[in-house]
Design a protein around this ligand. Sequence first.
Ligand SMILES: [Fe+2]
Ligand SMILES: [Fe+2]
Length: 348
Amino acid sequence: MMRSSKAAAPLFMQLGFRLFSTTTVRTVINEPANGILTGFLHGGASGVPVRTSVAWVRFPVLGVRNESTLAFKEEEQEKNVESVSAGGLAKHPEEKAVVSYWGVPPSKMMKEDGTEWRWNCFRPWETYKADLSIDLKKHHAPVTFLDKLAYWTVKVLRYPTDVFFQRRYGCRAMMLETVAAVPGMVGGMLLHLKSLRRFEHSGGWIKALMEEAENERMHLMTFMEVSQPNWYERALVLTVQGVFFHAYFLGYLISPKFAHRVVGYLEEEAIHSYTEFLKELDKGNIDNVPAPAIAIDYWQLPPDSTLRDVVMVVRADEAHHRDVNHFASDIHYQGHELRESPAPIGYH
Ligand SMILES: [Fe+2]
Ligand SMILES: [Fe+2]
């Protein structure tokens, strides 16, 4: 029995760590944990206080996770030190210095007007003024079989969205952005893995595609300020994301040339949708409400901007995405890899 319990101790200690610990526990009880867990499991000399110590450490950590992602207050840290000390760590005062690594404070930013920068999802240097002079009519004529397949795939996909949303362009924009932010992330991720596998640079394409995904997500964060999805729209997003993510992932693995072309045509459709959105705003069928604060900061818009101004800059973004993806597809068409042509990083 003794032998088996001794043999099992390391295993239980491993399990103990997995079951009871998070970063805090690991940090706090690093070496003394041997004593604590042994006491806990075997009812050793440490006895009750040790058991109390393990249980205490576990739940407050969960509490902190649920309540705060940014601030682990000093008082709480001090409280942790005292309680852990009471649980048997007082013999190792040097352990008190590091109680938790939770909560790396974000750097504080100020806006030009002296107010605090309120967005953690992007910082002032990531904001930009959209290039509204971009050609919105540019169209890649599908000539090859693969291009025609990409073109008609997008046309067919557009049909159900037209039926579902009709002229509710605010809602349509919000829902389509949940899809539009997927290809950049999938393409960027696959290029990232390829770069690791082959020990080679990506030519900046990982960053360019990730930037696209982030930019699309900002479109979503903006539109959700002016249009709230209801329960069946949320359910639709879940379903569509599940299908589209896997389809695009597979498509990109099989033919990045085709995948980028599909996105190029999707972006052409997005330009069309936003043009219709603008027409509805101009006709007065959609209220031209003030621009959300996030949009004003992200696109460096004047403070009195409206939804119309936001749609204008988003449409310009879509035109840039169209160019990037048709360009990426063209590189593959010419028999090259993306890394051979430097990516248009920061092309918005
Ligand atoms: Fe978008
Ligand atoms: Fe886009």
